[in-house]
Ligand binder design. Structure first.
Ligand code: NAP
Length: 258
């Protein structure tokens, strides 16, 4: 007897089959986990990062697990670099279905001590980058009459955080950007949503002292740091089943709303 029931593996692969996804800053950390999850769901994935070594290594490693990847170096703060990325992806794969604006940095300091350089670097990398990367990709998505943009913001952008005035301003700006793109591009069947991670275990948070980490963990109701996969799962929702969801901010934070 024949059956049409797909195996769990086949089913997972079909969800985003042949869709093209670009994830900025995906050489390591949360971006890498997002790339892995989208690849497992059947998408063709562009690993893009400012760091040539991790970019190419990650693209190669993920390809070895099966699926199609492309490693393309891109500095999201440089318009020429972004334009070259978009041009190359369209040349190789002909379309762009999913964009995850993930690249980000921190330069923490108290407001009274923060330099203009610390302020500007964080605004450029975490906010202006989303404008630079999304603009040419929205053009491609508009022609296709479909697309999903997912911006990786932060709970700091929703609630503020001590020592992160630059980061909070950038991530709050990214949330405003998300809501406005959602309104402007809905008529073209393009959705735009944001994920606001809480405290996630990556190199970014490993820089913090043990004392700070313990202080934060004491306040997290779920009593653990989030993992990059926790964020990747939220991206899968916005990239896949969430066709009627746009302009939303999903906090993935273990219940810590401060
Ligand atoms: P991460 O481990 O520091 O990784 C960030 C990646 O972005 C690195 O590969 C980095 O390259 C790359 N990058 C930095 N500047 C770039 C640029 N100008 N152009 C392209 N790529 C660039 O950080 P993460 O923890 O995975 O964070 C990913 C995103 O989640 C960020 O937007 C961050 O703000 C957000 N987030 C993280 C947390 C958390 O707790 N970890 C919480 C809330 C939000 P290099 O290897 O050269 O540094």
């Amino acid at each position: 007897m024949t059956t049409n029931v797909m195996t769990e593996k086949e089913n997972e692969k079909c969800k985003l089959k042949d869709q093209v996804a670009i994830i900025t800053g995906s050489g390591r950390g949360i971006g890498r986990s997002i790339a892995e999850a989208l690849l497992r769901a059947g998408a063709k994935v562009v690993i893009s990062d400012i760091n040539e070594e991790t970019c190419n290594k990650t693209a190669q490693e993920l390809k070895e697990h099966g699926g199609e990847t492309l490693g393309l170096v891109c500095d999201v703060t440089k318009s020429a670099s972004v334009e070259a990325l978009v041009e190359q992806v369209v040349k190789e794969w002909g379309r762009i279905d999913i964009l995850v604006n993930n690249a980000g940095i921190t330069r923490d300091n108290l407001m009274m001590r923060m330099s203009e350089d610390e302020w500007q670097a964080v605004i450029d990398t975490n906010l202006t980058s989303a404008f630079k990367v999304s603009k040419p990709i929205l053009k491609v998505m508009s022609k296709q009459r479909s697309g999903r943009i997912i911006n990786i913001a932060s709970t700091t952008g929703v609630h503020g955080n001590f020592g992160q005035v630059n980061y909070a301003a950038a991530k709050a700006g990214l949330i405003g950007f998300t809501k406005t793109i959602a309104i402007e591009y809905a008529s073209r069947n393009i959705t735009c949503n944001a994920i606001a991670p809480g405290f996630i275990d990556t190199d970014m948070t490993r820089k913090l002292s043990e004392e700070i980490i313990k202080g934060i963990l004491d306040k997290v109701p779920l009593k653990r740091m989030g993992t990059p996969d926790d964020i990747a799962n939220a991206v899968l929702f916005f990239a896949g089943p969430a066709a009627y969801v746009t302009g939303q901010v999903l906090e993935v934070n273990g219940g810590l709303y401060t």
